[in-house]
Design a protein around this ligand. Structure first.
Ligand code: FES
Length: 79
């Protein structure tokens, strides 16, 4: 869905930017140009940012639980 009509930025664009390291509303403004014209998208941008960061944290937590096992498997393959 288009979040910022003025700059034609979608929720997927925002999620991708977060996945690539954007951590704040200001970073999204600089990177994507959201909320830089009329500003009507600001609340929706913040909501997508919050959701994307929460999903990213959850994914990192899951990966953290899996990583030690994966490292163990790699070590076993090299032996
Ligand atoms: S809708 Fe995003 S700046 Fe206008």
């Amino acid at each position: 869905m288009i979040v910022c009509v003025c700059r034609r930025v979608s929720d997927q664009n925002i999620r991708k930017a977060v996945a690539e390291g954007a951590e704040s509303f200001e970073e999204l403004q600089l990177e994507l140009g959201v909320a830089m014209q009329c500003g009507r998208c600001a609340d929706c941008v913040c909501a997508v940012l919050t959701e994307a960061r929460a999903l990213q944290r959850a994914a990192r937590s899951s990966a953290g639980a899996v990583l030690p096992a994966a490292e163990h498997e790699r070590e076993a393959e090299t032996v």
